[in-house]
Ligand binder design. Structure first.
Ligand SMILES: Nc1ncnc2c1ncn2[C@@H]1O[C@H](COP(=O)(O)OP(=O)(O)OP(=O)(O)O)[C@@H](O)[C@H]1O
Ligand SMILES: [Mg+2]
Length: 736
């Protein structure tokens, strides 16, 4: 603010006639400081001033005080150069100067830039009025300087707020800065919080004063006129209140004293502003308070409050509102930033899931292909070994060799079965089953398996839905997980198997984005073992990944679990902390039907025989020859062909009617089921037994599925082939 033009005492005399009131009403303008230089002749004038002028000694030591409270320096320039020297120092301190000068010494006036020049014989009333006016000017000037500093501060705060990304730090910063800039004793901050199915409320986030920082984040307020903050959030209007507990009945809102009770403060004056985004949305409320506290008492005495607590100047209203708007923008930005970060994390997670599932898919295809070719070889190895064993006596040296070939082939067959399970290519026979029933059935065996050091428990979390699953495969899953848990607890621990129902959104399970179902039955296998680090966890489902010593683990346990569960449309989730334990969660889609009761069919004691004509179609020559030999040895008349065209030819030319077609499923030119269909005209009533190297998928694609088709999976033993052939021949004819 620019300084006013110097006024002469003549013009002041005239002004005085109309503005005498301030001196008569000293209580409204409680105290004015009049500074003087020690030893100045001006002191004699001070004695005649009204009481509300406070005398203060002007010296280099008191300069800082001049800058804090408005006042005026009175100098007597009539001949004493010492007072003259004080004038520039007063200017530097922002203190206006009133000078007493002789009428005949105008040169003094021109160089000294004083607020007013008066005659040394000025009347006390005139002097008081001029000093009063200079003080007022000083007050306005000081406020202007403060305001400009506050605006600079506000700007700096805005920049600081916009750089902060963490919401909690930001909230604390907003409150601290708002208190600094409005010089308030205390403050609180609320944010508007949406509520599911109800209108939003205000959540109390932070309370601050100079000695305590209270987080009362469990407290909420309705957005209504029942509290000042609630009303500000409702109306968007700033509330500046001079006495919080003494308000007129017309006040638009009530004072909610509950926070005062909790913090031990007695709120007196309030400045409450909405935090509004540029779009006009209110996202919170900033409450600035001047209050009092008496140690050991929740509320200060009313007298103490009355005299010590300052009201908020009107101009702070704008200041606080500006800061609140900047705060709102910063908070919105922080929220958006957090949202973007969360979305990014989710996206990265989904990408990782996708990459993992692609990797598993590729390994699965490879494993499935290997297993398929391997099954053909194993059929031959096992079949030939079995036939050889029947041909050489027990004492023959080759007998032992054939036995170990057969045993090795059995182990190889078990491995291929696991590979097929992993690649989800094995043929499964799903039924509606009760998972808890399966668990209980396996219980005693599992308990023996884990040993006495492990506390073993099976829990059922309430009535369980059914699942559509192959029970033998489920047993395999439970078995593999139990063995792993046991191995992770070499010094004992606790193993809990629990089955429960899970609906999407259940907080107990964080379903990955790939889960499409709404309802699952969950099997939880939780151990208190060694746990796994993130690197191990990332690889556990890969076939042949193991951390176990040589010959202790093949690394196929979990890949089998993964394959089986995926083939059943389910999910495997894992949670593990090194040193604390691991929990595997198997989620299988809920089946609507009730579980089936199955009566096991006893197996026939010896391989059955027959004499019917059987046509064998198989492109692998060695498998074909083996099947031929096994069937011949069982008494059948066998015809064989390497391809479907030759097979059709044979049907036409054969002198005996073909009763059974034993055929591979996937062949060049024509599939097994197509061949079966095409020979029905030539061989009416012909029955079919399919042989398959794999795969559930391939079989489905080629039409081999459901109760009408019988399937023997490779590798098979001669006895299994003979039994299947007999069963199909003896089955009831298909209805035309
Ligand atoms: N419950 C568990 N606690 C700690 N680590 C586990 C657990 N289950 C699996 N793992 C880790 O995962 C690896 C792979 O398990 P997986 O069952 O596939 O193979 P394996 O147990 O090593 O061998 P296999 O089961 O074929 O005999 C294990 O070697 C082990 O490091
Ligand atoms: Mg294992």
């Amino acid at each position: 603010m620019s300084k006013p033009t110097p006024t002469t005492h003549d013009s002041l005399d005239r002004t005085l006639l109309t503005t005498a009131e301030p001196i008569r009403d000293p209580l409204r303008r409680p105290c004015h400081s009049v500074w003087y230089r020690p030893g100045s002749r001006a002191v004699s004038h001070l004695d005649r001033l009204p009481k509300h002028f406070t005398r203060r000694c002007f010296s280099p030591r008191t300069l800082s005080l001049c800058q804090e409270e408005p006042g005026v320096l009175l100098v007597d320039l009539t001949g004493d150069p010492s007072d003259m020297a004080a004038v520039p120092a007063a200017h530097d301190a922002g203190l206006p100067v009133v000078a007493l000068v002789d009428d005949d010494a105008p040169h003094l006036a021109s160089g000294s830039r004083c607020h007013a020049y008066l005659s040394p014989s000025v009347a006390p009333l005139t002097l008081a009025t001029v000093l009063h006016e200079a003080c007022e000017w000083a007050r306005v000037d000081m406020e202007a300087r403060q305001m400009s500093k506050q605006l600079r501060d506000l700007n700096a705060i805005g920049i600081r707020l916009s750089a902060e990304r963490d919401s909690d730090t930001l909230l604390a910063l907003i409150l601290t800065k708002a208190r600094e800039i409005t010089r308030s004793d205390a403050g609180s901050l609320y944010v508007v919080e949406p509520q599911p199915g109800a209108s939003p409320h205000l959540r109390f986030k932070l309370a601050q004063n100079d000695t305590i920082r209270v987080a009362l984040s469990e407290a909420t307020l309705p957005i209504s006129a029942d509290s000042v903050a609630g009303y500000v959030a409702l109306s968007g209007e700033v509330q500046r209140i001079d006495d919080a507990y003494d308000r007129s009945p017309e006040a638009p809102c009530r004072m909610d004293a509950s926070f005062d009770v909790r913090t031990g403060y007695r709120t007196v004056t309030m400045l409450v502003v909405p935090m509004k985004t540029p779009a006009g949305k209110i996202i919170g409320v900033l409450e600035l308070l001047n209050c009092k506290q008496v140690a050991g008492r929740p509320f200060a005495s009313l007298e103490a409050i009355k005299y010590e607590v300052l009201p908020f100047p009107e101009r702070y209203q704008e200041l606080a509102a500006s800061l609140a708007s900047q705060a709102a923008v910063a908070l919105e930005n922080a929220r958006l930033y957090e949202e973007i970060e969360r979305s990014y994390r989710e996206l990265s997670g989904t990408q990782a899931e996708l990459a993992q599932s692609h990797k598993m898919e590729a390994i699965g295809r490879l494993a499935g292909g290997v297993a398929h070719d391997f099954n053909n070889l194993l059929t031959i190895i096992m079949g030939r070994a079995m036939i050889g064993l029947t041909q050489v006596s027990g004492g023959h040296p080759a007998h032992q060799a054939l036995e170990s070939i057969k045993a090795a082939a059995d182990r190889a067959a078990a491995l291929t079965r696991q590979l097929l399970a992993f690649s989800r290519k094995q043929t499964i026979q799903p039924r509606v089953v009760d998972l808890h029933g399966v668990l209980v059935g396996l219980g005693p065996m599992l308990e023996r398996l884990v040993g006495e050091d492990v506390e073993f428990k099976i829990v059922q979390g309430g009535p369980l839905w059914s699942v559509l699953a192959d029970p033998a495969q489920l047993e395999q899953v439970i078995f593999n997980l139990t063995v792993n848990a046991r191995d992770a607890m070499p010094d004992g621990g606790r193993l809990t198997l629990e089955a429960s129902n899970i609906l999407r959104g259940d907080p107990a399970v964080n379903l990955p984005s790939t889960a499409s179902g709404e309802a699952y039955v969950m099997l939880e296998v939780a151990d208190t073992g060694a746990g796994m680090d993130p690197e191990t966890q990332a690889r556990i489902f890969e076939p042949f990944f193991t951390t176990k010593e040589l010959n202790r683990g093949t690394g196929l346990g979990l890949s089998t679990v993964h394959g089986i569960v995926s083939q059943h449309g389910g999910l495997v989730l894992v949670d593990s902390i090194v040193g604390q334990g691991t929990t595997f969660r198997i989620l299988l889609p809920r089946a609507e039907a009730a579980p089936e009761i199955v009566v096991p069919v006893p197996a026939a004691p010896t391989a059955p025989r027959g004499t019917e004509a059987v046509l064998v179609v198989e492109d692998d020559e060695e498998v074909r020859t083996l099947v031929h030999e096994i069937l011949m040895a069982s008494g059948y008349a066998v015809l064989e062909s390497a391809d479907p065209a030759g097979a059709k030819e044979l049907c036409v030319t054969s002198t005996v009617p073909v009763s059974l077609l034993v055929t591979d499923v996937v062949m060049p030119g024509m599939s097994g089921p197509q061949l079966a269909e095409s020979i029905k005209g030539v061989c009416p009533g012909v029955k079919v037994l399919y042989l398959s190297g794999y795969t559930a998928d391939a079989l489905r694609r080629h039409g081999v599925e459901g109760p009408g088709s019988t399937l023997l999976t490779k590798p098979f033993l001669p006895e299994q082939l003979a039994r299947s052939v007999r069963e199909v021949l003896d089955s009831r004819p298909e209805r035309p």
